[in-house]
Design a protein around this ligand. Structure first.
Ligand SMILES: [Cu+2]
Length: 102
């Protein structure tokens, strides 16, 4: 990781990165995408809960949360698909990874 490299704007402006981490902490080239299938979500209240659970995981930048699914970018040095999945499950919404990063 080289903290002096500029962070691309599309990453720097993601809420999870802007509010939780100082700029330049990530090597954005190693950010990896994870898609989750999530059970038990039924309204926007659930969407907010799942988003907060994801944003609380160090190294995660939330890309998209909707009823039944979510997509995040994560730093594989800081966290893992199983940790991210567990964070959502622990928040009350059983989750499982989907796609090639599972
Ligand atoms: Cu709800």
């Amino acid at each position: 990781m080289n903290a002096s490299e500029p962070v691309p704007a599309w990453v720097a402006c993601r809420r999870a990165l802007c509010l939780t981490y100082p700029p330049g902490v990530y090597d954005t080239r190693r950010m990896t995408t994870l898609s989750l299938a999530i059970d038990g979500m039924s309204c926007n209240h659930c969407v907010v809960h799942v988003r907060k659970a994801l944003e609380a995981v160090p190294g995660v930048a939330v890309s998209r949360v909707e009823i039944g699914s979510a997509e995040v970018a994560f730093d594989p040095v800081r966290t893992s698909p199983s940790q991210i999945t567990a964070a959502v499950t622990d928040a009350g919404y059983p989750a499982r990874p989907q796609g090639p990063t599972a």
